[in-house]
Design a protein around this ligand. Structure first.
Ligand code: PLP
Length: 390
């Protein structure tokens, strides 16, 4: 089945007469058959799904499992494991990798929180920082995971997943594919072993639910579930229901927002306040020719470097009326934010410079409004910045 069909139907089997999946909120389940329950516990402690029914919500929940099934189907993964947030999923993956070896290779730029977690030393990992073309020289006997993100946050730089996989020399590669969604990119088809999403973004799609989810093979899924049971970073069943519903409109939303972003990117190109548009669909935005080969389309995140630097960025953030000045992305409404001051505030100055996260950079998550209304608001705010600078 194709993506739009999977989005609507996956994870919805065995519903009987019901049209939508039930939300199972039980934290505990009746276990009158002690032998069967014990066996089920043994399965789950090894990271497997329960052999019988559920025992306790932290170990397994049927509503959460339905969402995971659907996401796995969309990513072409054997299984998926969900977490309470994108960062809980990143943490889960790093702890699961640590079961194998404590050296990680991380390709910058990464989401600010991921970057900070890796730099913090909190998880006791040995981290080597690489660029997409220097991964090979960092791989060692104790390397358990290579992490990259594409399109990258916030500069929309694209990474050739297949090339990173080749350089990793058999070490599993995890791709944070939050910006692409499974509609535009399927990292596992290019040799990645794990694909991670902050479900808070496009999958939820309405700015009202936090989640993380990882698609992978059965071996990694077992490790991830073991970590999840031990650390308790579970997805709540209400959140899982919301995310599962979000998948039904994911394709429609992603394509509609992308259409708007393509038009805005072209208009931004010729605005006098804009020094550079960073967008995979803009001239120079896809130097490796990955659109069509790895990425179905340029997506709906657009970043711009403003001629007027920080002052101009501050002025635009204050001037927008329709566009929401806020972090996050993938909502129905258009959001604008300042990476250097907000999402990437805690990334070191040198790393910010190297990744091109300057004081005049603004990132737009283009929404589903009529594109003419978005442009009227944005061009008004950009014009104000220009007048102020003059
Ligand atoms: C938001 C985000 C995360 C973290 O997800 P949360 O749900 O906020 O914890 C990770 N990676 C990327 C690319 C993101 O945009």
């Amino acid at each position: 089945m194709r993506d739009d069909t999977l989005g609507v139907h996956a994870g919805r089997g065995g519903l009987g007469q019901a049209h939508v999946p039930p939300i199972d909120l039980s934290t505990t389940y009746k276990t009158p058959d002690l032998d069967a329950a014990t066996q089920s516990i043994d399965h789950m402690a090894a990271g497997k799904n329960p052999s019988g029914g559920s025992i306790y919500q932290r170990l397994h929940n049927p509503t959460v499992a339905r969402f995971e099934q659907a996401l796995a189907a969309l990513e072409g993964a054997e299984q998926a494991v969900s977490f309470a947030s994108g960062m809980a999923a990143v943490t889960g993956a790093l702890l699961a990798a640590k079961m194998v070896g404590s050296h990680i290779v991380a390709v910058r730029p990464l989401y600010g929180g991921t970057d900070h977690l890796l730099c913090s030393g909190l998880l006791g990992l040995d981290v080597s920082w690489a660029t997409a073309d220097t991964v090979a020289q960092h791989i060692g006997p104790d390397t358990s995971l290579v992490i990259c993100e594409t399109p990258a946050n916030p500069t929309l730089q694209l990474v050739d997943i297949g090339a990173v996989v080749e350089q990793a020399q058999g070490v599993p590669v995890m791709v944070d594919s939050t910006f692409a969604t499974p509609i535009l990119q399927k990292p596992l088809e290019h040799g990645a072993c794990l694909v991670l999403h902050s479900g808070t973004k496009f999958i939820g799609g309405h700015g009202d639910v936090m989640a993380g989810v990882i698609g992978c093979d059965g071996v990694w899924a077992d490790r991830l579930r073991q970590v999840r049971i031990l650390t308790g970073a579970n997805l709540h069943p209400m959140a899982a229901y919301t995310l599962h519903r979000g998948l039904q409109t994911l394709g429609l939303r992603v394509r509609a927002a992308q259409d708007n972003a393509q038009r805005l990117s072209a208009w931004l190109q010729s605005h006098p306040s804009v020094a550079r548009v960073r967008y995979p669909g803009a001239p120079g935005g896809d130097p490796l020719g990955l659109i069509g080969r790895q990425l179905k389309g340029p997506g709906s995140l657009v970043a711009v470097d403003l001629v007027g630097g920080y002052e101009a960025a501050r002025s635009v953030m204050a001037a927008v009326q329709l566009i929401t000045p806020a972090v996050s992305l993938g909502s129905c409404d258009t959001l604008i934010q300042h990476p250097a001051g907000l999402t990437h505030r805690i990334v070191g100055e040198a790393a910010k410079d190297a990744s091109g996260i300057g004081p005049g950079l603004l990132r737009l998550s283009v929404g589903l409004e009529d594109v003419d209304d978005i442009w009227a608001d944005l061009s008004m705010a950009l014009q104000k910045a220009l007048v102020r600078a003059a």
